[in-house]
Design a protein around this ligand. Structure first.
Ligand SMILES: [Zn+2]
Length: 203
């Protein structure tokens, strides 16, 4: 039976002598797409590397003093954040009446026509225990009586409660500052300068 012409051609094709121009064409056909692929890959890897080494700075909104926080307390708070090397975007209650705060954040006075509370609550869930301790110490140094609120009572609401001692304040907060003074004394740490004079602000 005669083999059909097409099949015959196929069988013989490897034996046929190719023209050099055809060979060049075939090399091009294989090489060009591979080169394009490799180039794209190099570009993508290069771009990722540059972005990793020089990340685009995330635009941050200007950090302004929240209402209900006295300017003097806000300045001290920024100093403490700077000293502890933590970002200051963590104030979530100044003057307020959150149920768990039980009135501790109600109005303490008025400064330049603006009501304030000497107490401030800070979110610290992003900080390690060590960093948190550093922030508490830094807050103490600039004039805050500050504690980390945790345990069953504060479950899912852990935060730092800080009272700026250099402001007139309600008796509830004065009691907290006294408590902080006593705790600091018991801890054996050296008294801070503001601890000796804080009462003059509200007497
Ligand atoms: Zn609080």
């Amino acid at each position: 039976m005669p083999i059909c012409l097409e099949r015959q051609e196929k069988l013989l094709s490897p034996l046929l002598i190719r023209h050099p121009r055809d060979k060049l064409k075939e090399v091009r056909r294989v090489l060009v797409p591979s080169l394009i692929g490799v180039s794209v890959l190099i570009l993508v890897i290069g771009w990722c590397l540059v972005r990793f080494l020089y990340p685009i700075p995330h635009p941050r909104p200007p950090f302004l003093r929240p209402s209900g926080m006295a300017p003097v307390a806000f300045t001290a708070f920024l100093q403490a954040c700077h000293a502890a090397k933590v970002h200051p975007f963590r104030i979530f209650q100044t003057l307020g009446d959150a149920p768990r705060s039980k009135g501790y954040h109600l109005r303490d006075g008025t400064l330049n026509g603006e009501d304030y509370s000497a107490a401030v609550d800070l979110g610290v869930e992003d900080l390690s225990p060590h960093k948190r301790a550093e922030l508490l110490e830094a807050l103490g140094r600039v004039g805050f009586a500050a504690w980390y609120r945790s345990g069953p009572k504060w479950q899912n609401g852990e935060h730092v409660h800080a009272v700026y001692a250099g402001l007139p304040m309600k008796p509830q907060l004065q009691e907290q500052v006294r408590l902080w003074n006593r705790e600091r004394g018991k801890s054996g740490r050296k008294a801070l300068r503001w601890q000796k004079s804080w009462r003059r602000f509200w007497r």
